[in-house]
Design a protein around this ligand. Structure first.
Ligand code: AMP
Length: 398
């Protein structure tokens, strides 16, 4: 397959000023970074450009500040990044203007400089052309390595791509390659597993997937809405009963597109939404009126395993049950481990993403065994919805 976007293979970075958009939105507690995963992910791009003698000027947002706010400064994050990449990372107190220009002018080949939170300027989120121009003055080329921010058309995530030569960083490249193999040009048959709490947050995603995959497993709280729509009593389970018509429409669309919908055939039911509350598995004709479905049942797990065995490609978003509480994590854990085994046996390409999904795969101890796990939340979901991502579109070779 020919590459549809430019990468670092297509540019000589030596001596150039590289405006590198990264995701530095790491979890912090009391000024300390509590999870450095995102910093580790961008390390290869930074090390490569620095090693080749490019001057790296990091652009990123942090949190949702309304104007300048010391609590949302990137300064401590730059320090944490320096520890991860084991190289000095300079810092400038603003991302435009004199502070930034002076710091950039002082850089030598291979140096790394982090500019202050782009969202300290409201023009960032407005993709304001004058602000884009101010940023562009600081660099010769723009490299986007922040897939997780690519669903936003902001100045540093999209605008710069229109005024400077634009390239995908290595992390972005890996993400686009993995996602391409999962939905754009997958090895068939393709199965999607979609779980999570509610149908309402995933209608667009389900409607897109039924046109692209061969089978769609629906689990979690959202499966209850589909069961209810089919006239099955779901007791006191989480269910969006007002979305019954939507659920039926999605099922019709799936049938028309030859996509098999795989719903639970049994369920684990408890009477309290609490860890270790007493529970039993019931067939769908016998869900107690005062009970709550908190996980898929054992027969459903057998079906899901068979569906995974039939597939060559798997895309997964959302847990199959209330996985934060034992024993209602069982369906998610066992199915995740099964998908991991198939992947290790080279029978399956498995791609998963979304905040809760990453947490669930980590809990199952198999995140490293999937072909690719995306840590992007909103951008991953919009990609699954089939929406063009502005920060990716602008990288495409036209
Ligand atoms: P989402 O963010 O939409 O992926 O939803 C994830 C949340 O759905 C997790 O917090 C799960 O505990 C919750 N969830 C999954 N299955 C159920 C269920 N059967 N009943 C209630 N909550 C559920």
């Amino acid at each position: 397959m020919t590459k549809s976007f430019r990468t670092l293979d297509d540019v000589d970075v030596k001596g150039k000023r590289i405006l590198l958009r990264v995701d530095l939105n790491v979890p912090m507690d009391n000024g300390r970074v509590t999870d450095a995963t995102r910093l580790e992910r961008i390390a290869p791009t930074i090390t490569e450009i620095s090693g080749k003698g490019g001057k790296i000027i990091l652009l990123a947002h942090f949190g949702r500040p309304k104007g300048r706010d010391a609590k949302e400064s990137l300064k401590p994050v730059a320090a944490a990044l320096s520890q991860v990449i084991k190289q000095p990372v300079g810092f400038a107190d603003d991302c435009i203007g004199e502070a930034a220009a002076k710091a950039v002018a002082a850089m030598k080949d291979g140096d790394i400089l982090c500019l202050e939170n782009t969202r300290f300027h409201k023009e960032e989120e407005k993709n304001d052309p004058a602000f884009v121009g101010e940023l562009a003055k600081l660099g010769d080329i723009w490299v986007n390595d922040a897939f997780s921010a690519a669903h936003r058309a902001h100045a540093s995530t999209e605008g710069l791509g229109h005024v400077l030569p634009a390239y995908a960083g290595r992390t972005m490249q890996a993400e686009l390659d993995a996602l391409g193999k999962a939905l754009d040009a997958p090895t068939k048959p393709v199965i999607a597993i979609i779980g999570g709490a509610k149908v309402s947050t995933k209608i667009d995603l389900l409607e897109n997937l039924v046109t692209k995959v061969d089978a769609l497993v629906i689990g979690g709280g959202m499966a209850n809405t589909f069961l209810h729509a089919q006239g099955i009593g779901v007791g006191k389970s989480l269910a969006e009963k007002d979305l019954a018509a939507t659920a039926l429409r999605i099922m019709e669309k799936a049938e028309a597109a030859n996509c098999a919908i795989i719903l639970p055939v049994d369920a684990v039911v408890a009477y309290h939404f609490a860890a270790n509350s007493p529970s039993h598995a019931y067939g769908l004709d016998a869900i107690p009126a005062d009970g709550m479905i908190l996980d898929v049942g054992p027969q459903s797990i057998v079906r899901i395993h068979a569906a995974i065995d039939d597939a060559a490609t798997l895309v997964w978003n959302g847990p199959l049950g209330a996985f934060e509480m034992t024993p209602f994590d069982r369906g998610t854990m066992v199915s995740a481990r099964h998908a991991a085994e198939r992947t290790k046996a080279k029978k399956l390409v498995s791609v998963a993403g979304g905040g809760d999904t990453v947490a669930a795969l980590n809990q199952a101890g198999v995140a490293g065994d999937f072909s690719y796990v995306s840590t992007a939340g909103g951008a991953f979901l919009e990609w699954m919805e089939g929406k063009p991502l502005p920060g990716v579109e602008v990288l495409k070779v036209r």
